[in-house]
Design a protein around this ligand. Structure first.
Ligand SMILES: Cc1cc2nc3c(=O)[nH]c(=O)nc-3n(C[C@H](O)[C@H](O)[C@H](O)COP(=O)(O)OP(=O)(O)OC[C@H]3O[C@@H](n4cnc5c(N)ncnc54)[C@H](O)[C@@H]3O)c2cc1C
Ligand code: SF4
Length: 556
């Protein structure tokens, strides 16, 4: 392994990558392998596989992998005319939920890796305008992105098998499907009884050794946890080691980027950050890649005001932070007579994609995919806190009996759905609440479009039908309610050909700043059907290829 470089801050490197998550990890690897000098600035720590534990309280309940909410508060409001508030302590997850550390949220994600279908990129043309929304086509097609989806399959590491409705693919999956779980078998049973077409769930988790990484050992502490085997295909496992092996990529952790500064020509010159000791530093660079996710990339641009960019960098369109999309969802839970032992292994092994496309006969826009998983009995404490069916005792001897019997007999079926882009849903700077560094807090403004909620309810009806057909002993729905946050942070620096209505062009270059690229979930024009990260990374591979070409031609 080559020695890690230490670049002086006052000499320009080729690229500074801000954030090392699902997108930033790909950018770091691709740009350093292409021969460029790269500094990655990551606010979180550098955890390795051996640092991950199964501590349910520490890791998930106390959010060890995320930023401390006391130091980094976020605020939420449903509509722009309301005052945003910090959610009360103990009320659940932060409005914009992500992990901070090398690998970002790819470290603790579930790993559902669904490609978009061709229709996702051109739905606006097919379906027409939807009033009150910014529904638009993407400035690229599935066919253009397909080679990069294939690179995600092979280079990130995705297990699976093609399904009946999948978009065309140029190469098979690199490793076979993960072993089917009880929830997958039950989903198959119920779906087939209804004439539906269950299929293997593609997962960014290795079923067999691949690219020097081992296969999953089915430990079960997967949702919300880091993988101590490196079998989960986070960028921490799949990309960062290869970036470092080039000897050209320096990963600087504990470094929070505060703002981007440009020179007289309007080109980014310095990336200003607080180092791990809280001392302000500025890394000089020839170009910057912002990969801090759909919440933080928008905040950083809004914080980077100057006389040239009074409303935030690259924000002449006013679109920075706008069009936030979370992916609507529904959850239905069931108990079965036979033990399912869902606490083992990965979350999902089978999905149903029959309701992916919008069907105008339903009377609303939207579609999605259905998956089966343990969810509330992923680990014991979660089940104890929320796994018992409504109306049954949650205290005393009967509660204990229910827990003992049903921890092993519980499963859930989720609907993962579209969200419509609307300008009023946004990430902005909170005017009052500040973080520990004095920066305005991330303010989330979000109210689902009625069609998003209708889609989630429709998907829940399908889930109920499947579970009934599969012979559930008891089932119950989580009420579909308006979103108050989410882990899918999409749309806030959307890509497009028109600089008046988008932030970056079709190659992720900011319309107004020639050496600034934004590459992460913020670029999405539409939301897809609920599992965005495969597409975030396909876009990142494509963006890196373009940037490499442009940089070599002296066009960055
Ligand atoms: C529990 C959970 C489960 C999920 N499961 C799935 C799934 O099954 N399928 C799916 O498709 N998606 C899933 N997701 C979503 C997925 O993780 C995200 O879509 C993806 O990680 C986003 O990639 P990104 O590169 O945009 O941002 P991130 O992965 O969030 O990376 C951003 C990085 O930037 C860093 N950063 C931010 N601001 C700064 C700053 N100012 N200075 C320095 N560094 C900064 C952050 O610390 C972070 O490391 C899940 C998310 C969560 C939370
Ligand atoms: S279930 Fe598999 S992929 Fe998930 S954390 Fe355990 S070993 Fe890793």
């Amino acid at each position: 392994m080559a020695a890690n470089p230490t670049y002086p801050t006052r000499e320009a490197v080729d690229f500074v990558v801000i954030g090392s998550g699902a997108a930033g990890g790909v950018m770091a690897r691709e740009l350093s392998v292409a021969g460029f000098n790269v500094v990655v600035l990551e606010q979180g720590p550098y955890r390795k596989a051996q640092d991950f534990t199964h501590d349910e309280i520490g890791v998930v309940m106390q959010g060890e992998l995320s930023l401390n909410p006391n130091d980094h508060p976020q605020t939420f409001r449903a509509r722009p005319e309301l005052k945003a508030e910090v959610p009360p302590q103990g009320s659940g997850l932060p409005p914009a939920w992500y992990a901070a550390g090398v690998g970002g949220s790819s470290v603790h994600f579930t790993g559902n890796y669904w490609r978009f279908r061709p229709v996702d990129f051109k739905e606006r043309s097919l379906l027409g305008e939807i009033e009150g929304t910014s529904f638009a086509d993407w400035p690229l097609t599935y066919e253009e992105l397909e080679p990069y989806y294939t690179r995600v399959d092979w280079e990130i590491g995705v297990s699976g098998a093609p399904g009946p409705f999948d978009a065309p693919r140029s190469r098979p999956y690199p490793v076979p499907p993960l072993p089917i779980k009880s929830s997958g078998a039950i989903l198959e049973r119920g779906a087939k009884a209804l004439g539906l077409h269950p299929q293997v769930a593609p997962m960014a988790i290795l079923s067999k050794p691949h690219n020097g990484r081992p296969a999953c050992i089915h430990c079960g502490f997967c949702l919300g946890f880091g993988c101590e085997m490196n079998a989960k295909s986070s960028t921490l496992a799949a990309m960062i080691p290869q970036a470092e092996a080039t000897g050209r990529c320096e990963i600087r952790t504990g470094c929070t980027v505060m703002r981007l500064e440009h020179d007289d020509r309007g080109r980014i010159r310095d990336v200003v950050y607080l180092d791990e000791n809280g001392v302000e530093q500025a890394q000089r660079t020839r170009a910057a890649v912002l990969s801090a996710n759909g919440a933080e990339s928008a905040r950083l641009l809004l914080l980077s005001q100057s006389a040239k960019h009074p409303d935030g960098m690259a924000n002449g369109s006013g679109m920075v932070g706008k069009n936030l999309m979370f992916n609507a969802h529904s959850a239905t839970h069931a108990w079965f007579e036979e033990p399912l032992n869902e606490f083992k292994s990965v979350q999902c092994t089978r999905i149903v994609m029959d309701f992916y496309e919008t069907d105008t006969k339903r009377g609303f826009y939207g579609g999605g995919g259905i998956d089966a998983r343990p969810l509330v009995n992923s680990w014991p404490i979660l089940f104890a806190m929320g796994g018992i069916a409504p109306g049954l005792p949650t205290w005393g001897a009967e509660y204990k009996r229910l827990m003992e019997r049903y921890f092993t007999r519980n499963m859930s079926v989720l609907g993962n759905c579209t969200s419509l882009a609307m300008e009023r849903n946004s990430i902005s700077l909170d005017p009052e609440v500040k973080d520990v560094f004095g920066r305005p807090a991330v303010r989330v403004t979000y109210e689902d479009h009625p069609d998003d909620l209708a889609t989630a309810r429709f998907m829940q009806d399908q889930a109920v039908a499947i579970l009934e057909a599969a012979g559930a002993e008891r089932l119950w729905r989580d009420e579909v309610t308006p979103s108050t946050g989410g882990p899918h942070l999409l749309g806030t620096c959307r890509m497009g050909n028109d600089p008046n209505s988008s932030v970056v062009d079709r190659y992720h270059r900011a319309h107004e700043v020639p050496n600034l690229f934004v590459v992460d979930g913020s670029n999405f024009v539409t939301s897809g059907r609920g599992q965005p990260t495969m597409t975030i990374q396909a876009l990142a591979f494509r963006a890196a290829e373009h940037m490499t070409r442009a940089a070599r031609a002296g066009e960055v």
